[in-house]
Write a protein that binds this ligand. Structure first.
Ligand SMILES: [Ca+2]
Length: 452
C-alpha cells in the first residue's frame, strides 16, 4: 500500500471503516488544491514560464511512460500521444499537432498513463495553450499503484473508478470566472503538506471539454509531467524508424527499371542528408513518403505533404538528365513541412522554392550545372534557380547558418524580411546588390523592390 494511502487510511479507519471505500476518494479530492496559473495569450511564450508551476520537462517520470486513451477518441488533427510526454512544446497558440486533444464535438474522454512501475510521485503538472476555448483545463485526476484487488487498468467510460481500484487525487478546473478562455495554462497537482503526493504506477485523467456548447471545446494539452524528483533519460528513439519510400509506377511501368536502378538509391542517400541540412528544434522529418508517376500529368512534379507526384511524360524524356534532381527538389518540400503551423507568418513562395532548388543545384547536382543568373535582369524573388544561386552566395559570404535559420523560421511560421538582417547584418536588398556586383553587374537603385 502506498505511503499516501496508508496515511489516509490510518486517519479514517477508526471512525469510518464501513464507508472507507466511498470516503477516501472524496476526502482526497478535497485535500489537494492544485496550483493553477495562466498566461494571457499575448504574454505566452514557447517556454511555458509560470510564476510557481515549473516549466515542462523532458526528463520526468512520464518521459518513458505509456499514454493511452481508454475512453473517447483523439481528434484527427491532434498530435500523437507523444506530444504529451516528449518535452516538445507548441510554438504558438494554434499548433494542433504539437498537442493532444479529444475529437471535436465529443465529451472528452479518459487518458491513462502507465509509468511502468510504482514511483513516489511528488507532483503532476499539466500544460495547455490555445487562443480560445481549447485553452483551459477541466479534468479529474485519479491514480493507482495497481495493487488493489479488482483493479481495472483500462476503465472504459461507464466503469466507476472509485470501485475499480482508483483514488481521486484532484479535480482541476482552470476556466476563468469571467472573460474569454484563451491563454496558456499550467497546473501543478502537489500536496503542499508533504513531499510525496503518492506512490503510483497508473494515472487516469478524466478530461472534459471546457464548454459543452462549443464543438471546439476540447483542450489542447501540450505536456503532462509526472515528477518524482529524479531525472529520467528518454529511452526513445534509440533506433529511429527506417525511412520508407513507396514508389508507384503502376501507370508508367516503363519507368520502373530507372526508379529501381537510379531513383531509389538517390532518395535513400539524399533524403537523410536533406533532413540534416534543414533541422529545427523539436522537428523530425517524415519517415514515410510516396512517389507516384502519373501517365496524364502536365508539368514536372509536385508535392503535397508526404505525397510526391511526377509527370511520367516529362520524366521519360529526362531520365538521363534532370529527372533525379527534380525528385530531390520535391524531397526538400517533404522535409520543409512549412504547412504545419497555422496562423503564423505566410512564407514567400520564391523562398520556399529557392531553398528546394538551392539544395538541388548546389549540393546534389554536379558543380558544372550550377545556375548563374543574369545580373542585368534577375531578382532574388525570381524563385527557383535564381533564388537558389542567391541563397548560395549569402550562405558562402555571410559565414552564418542562413539557410537553417530561414528554414526554421518558415517551418515555425515566424519568417519576416527582418530575419535576413538579423542573421547577416544586411537587408535582403543589400545582400542582393552585393550578389549582383559579385556577378559583374550593376545593382539597380530599387529601394522599393524586394517585398515579394
Ligand atoms: Ca514531460
Amino acid at each position: 500500500m502506498s505511503q499516501w494511502k496508508a496515511a489516509m487510511n490510518r486517519r479514517l479507519v477508526a471512525v469510518f471503516l464501513p464507508l472507507l471505500s466511498l470516503l477516501v476518494p472524496a476526502m482526497a479530492g478535497a485535500q489537494i488544491v492544485p496550483i493553477c496559473e495562466r498566461n494571457e495569450d499575448a504574454a505566452a511564450t514557447h517556454d511555458f514560464r509560470f510564476r510557481t508551476v515549473p516549466p515542462p520537462s523532458a526528463s520526468d517520470a512520464a518521459t518513458n511512460a505509456r499514454f493511452s486513451i481508454v475512453a473517447g477518441d483523439a481528434d484527427p488533427n491532434s498530435g500523437d500521444s507523444e506530444s504529451l510526454w516528449d518535452g516538445r512544446l507548441p510554438r504558438n497558440s494554434d499548433h494542433p499537432d504539437a498537442n493532444f486533444f479529444f475529437d471535436a464535438g465529443t465529451a472528452g474522454g479518459r487518458l491513462q498513463v502507465d509509468l511502468g512501475a510504482v514511483f513516489d510521485v511528488q507532483q503532476i503538472n499539466t500544460y495547455s495553450w490555445h487562443a480560445s476555448n481549447r485553452g483551459p483545463q477541466v479534468y479529474q485526476l485519479w491514480a493507482s499503484d495497481g495493487a488493489q484487488p479488482g483493479f481495472v487498468a483500462r476503465p472504459d467510460r461507464g466503469v466507476d473508478l472509485a470501485t475499480s481500484g482508483w483514488t481521486m487525487i484532484a479535480a482541476v478546473d482552470t476556466r476563468p470566472a469571467q472573460g474569454p478562455y484563451g491563454g496558456q495554462y499550467g497546473v501543478s497537482v502537489v500536496d503542499r503538506t508533504r513531499p510525496v503526493l503518492g506512490s503510483f504506477r497508473y494515472l487516469l485523467f478524466e478530461i472534459s471539454p471546457t464548454d459543452d456548447r462549443d464543438r471546439f471545446g476540447n483542450t489542447f494539452f501540450s505536456e503532462i509531467d509526472v515528477c518524482d524528483g529524479r531525472q529520467h533519460v528518454a529511452n526513445w528513439p534509440q533506433t529511429p524508424e527506417p525511412i520508407e519510400f513507396v514508389f508507384d509506377t503502376s501507370e508508367t511501368p516503363d519507368l520502373q527499371p530507372w526508379v529501381e536502378a537510379r531513383l531509389r538509391p538517390v532518395c535513400e542517400q539524399w533524403y537523410p542528408k536533406i533532413a540534416a541540412m534543414l533541422p529545427s528544434v523539436g522537428y523530425t522529418a517524415p519517415r514515410r513518403m510516396s512517389i507516384t508517376f502519373r501517365k496524364d500529368m502536365r508539368g514536372v512534379a509536385a508535392t503535397s505533404g508526404t505525397r510526391i507526384v511526377c509527370a511520367g511524360d516529362w520524366f521519360r524524356r529526362n531520365l538521363a538528365g534532370e529527372a533525379a534532381g527534380a525528385v530531390v527538389h520535391e524531397l526538400v518540400h517533404v522535409v520543409q513541412r512549412y504547412d504545419r503551423v497555422r496562423g503564423g507568418q505566410p512564407n514567400p513562395g520564391w523562398l520556399v522554392e529557392g531553398v528546394a532548388d538551392y539544395i538541388r543545384w548546389f549540393h546534389f547536382e554536379p558543380p558544372g550545372q550550377r545556375p548563374r543568373p543574369n545580373p542585368a535582369t534577375a531578382h532574388y524573388t525570381d524563385s527557383y534557380r535564381t533564388t537558389a544561386a542567391f541563397l548560395n552566395f549569402v550562405a558562402e559570404t555571410s559565414g552564418g547558418e542562413i539557410i537553417q535559420e530561414l528554414n526554421a523560421a518558415m517551418r515555425e511560421g515566424r519568417y519576416t524580411e527582418g530575419l535576413w538582417k538579423e542573421a547577416t547584418g544586411k537587408t535582403v536588398d543589400v545582400l542582393w546588390a552585393d550578389y549582383v556586383r559579385s556577378l559583374g553587374g550593376q545593382p539597380a537603385d530599387d529601394s522599393n523592390s524586394g517585398n515579394g
